[in-house]
Design a protein around this ligand. Structure first.
Ligand code: ADP
Ligand code: MG
Length: 428
């Protein structure tokens, strides 16, 4: 294990016993600067943080190391500023492979298509479009494609990007007069992997740029993979010419895993951590945590912390405790009106301030009315409370909710939109 991986594991373990706010406050910009058998040097960005870490968390770090490696380490904390090279995200993304993806009836089609594309880039399905709810393994599959091609075709130039990044990079390129560099970077790639492509529909000039990138790559038989939370037909504000292109190749969906697959995922994740998991426990978790894989994973990590750091038995009682811990940490299970507003705005690609403000633009009105509807539907807020959050009067709220109810009638696409937004909120 390299230094990054070790630190990743330590933080992972500490997350099980310390609140996320503590991890964020004290460990966010720390890293391992030296490591050998028995000695670890951890770098903190300031003297203040170094002192606080030594005083409060040195013991926890040593204990975490002991549990991971089964041997004791001398922990030293020093002040050092992080160098550019130590990227930790790479370490994490390397574990997203086809081998670490558990296949079941609801994701096997997406898995098979991704594998086909990775084995034969540009020659099978182009583009491959994968969609599905939050936490179901879409990004995992995208990384799996990247890691597979990196290994089997090391000469191919792979560009993997999130559509929001594409958007902000493009804006920056235009502002700094570097548009040509931007254009070239993407149009010269052999493989283009785009995560969260739904965000491309935000601005016309981004769609325009992406349209040309798409055409350049597709015409010369280079592979494009797009990942989204919704199918092309449900991407509002998407130009027709892009929509049709997104459907040129193969469109596949991922649905939440069934009970059997959830149990298999739990066993697989537990095995990875060296956590024993009796069937009674995996069954209990799989029956309780049903929405997405990210939550299953979170439960296993919690359970591992109880087992590893506290020495608890892995039984149904400890599992119940782990699940309830996890639920407490997930704002989406008991969302505030603000969280609902934020998720709706993300979905429609609009700004919260415009939704609260007085704009009459169609997608802003849509976001505003949908927010009101969901605040009522999901958390049963009173008209009065909703009116307050959105800076409207009581009668506008009633009218808006009626409008959404109208819109829902006989409109499967819109019902699906509401479903996706709700799932996004739940997964927060
Ligand atoms: P999405 O991009 O769809 O929101 P991610 O790809 O980020 O979801 O997956 C969330 C977490 O769940 C990741 O840690 C991923 O490794 C894990 N995961 C999702 N599906 C599977 C699967 N079928 N097998 C193993 N792990 C999975
Ligand atoms: Mg994702």
């Amino acid at each position: 294990m390299n230094k990054e991986d070790v630190w990743e594991r330590v933080l992972e373990t500490l997350r099980g016993v310390l609140p996320e706010t503590v991890i964020k406050a004290w460990f966010d910009d720390t890293y391992v600067s030296f490591l050998d058998e028995g000695r670890i040097v951890i770098a903190a960005p300031t003297d203040f943080k170094r002192d606080a870490l030594s005083k409060r968390y040195e013991g926890s770090i040593a204990r975490a190391l002991f549990h991971i490696f089964n041997r004791s380490y001398r922990v030293e904390i020093v002040t050092l500023v992080k160098s550019e090279s130590g990227s930790q995200t790479t370490a994490q993304s390397e574990v997203y492979t086809f081998d670490s993806f558990v296949v079941g009836p609801t994701n096997q089609f997406a898995h098979a298509a991704a594998l086909a594309v990775a084995n034969n880039p540009g020659k099978s399905y182009n583009p491959l479009f994968i969609y599905g709810g939050s936490g179901l393994g879409k990004t995992h599959l995208l990384y799996a494609i990247r890691n597979h091609i990196k290994r089997t075709n090391p000469d191919l130039k792979i560009c993997m990007i999130n559509a929001e990044q594409f958007f902000s990079e493009l804006v920056r390129a235009i502002e700094t007069n570097n548009r040509a560099v931007f254009t070239e970077k993407y149009r010269k790639s052999d493989i283009l992997l785009v995560d969260d492509i739904q965000f491309i529909a935000k601005k016309d000039f981004v769609q325009e740029e992406f349209f040309h990138t798409f055409n350049t790559l597709h015409e010369s038989g280079r592979q494009i993979v797009l990942v989204s939370d919704r199918p092309p037909r449900d991407m509002r504000m998407l130009e027709e010419r892009l929509r049709s292109r997104f459907e040129w190749g193969l469109v596949v969906d991922i649905q939440p895993p069934d009970l059997e697959t959830r149990m298999a995922i739990l066993r697989f994740k537990a095995q990875g951590l060296g956590l024993p998991m009796p069937d009674t426990v995996s069954q209990h978790i799989a029956e309780t945590v049903t929405t997405n894989v990210r939550q299953l994973e979170g439960t296993v990590k919690k359970l591992f912390a109880y087992y590893d750091l506290m020495g608890y038995n892995v039984d149904v009682e400890t599992a119940t405790r782990a699940i309830s811990d996890l639920m407490k940490e997930m704002p989406g299970l008991n969302p505030t009106p603000e969280l609902i507003l934020k998720s709706v705005c993300t979905f429609y690609g609009v700004e919260e301030k415009d939704v609260i403000g007085s704009s009459r633009r169609a997608n802003i009105v849509q976001a505003r009315q949908t927010s009101m509807f969901l605040m009522r539907e999901i958390i049963g807020k009173s008209y009065h409370e909703i009116a307050e959050v959105l800076n409207r009067d009581h009668s506008t709220v009633i009218y808006s909710i009626d409008r959404i109810n109208e819109q829902k009638k006989d409109n499967a696409d819109f019902q699906n939109e509401l479903k996706i937004i709700t799932e996004n909120i739940r997964a927060e």
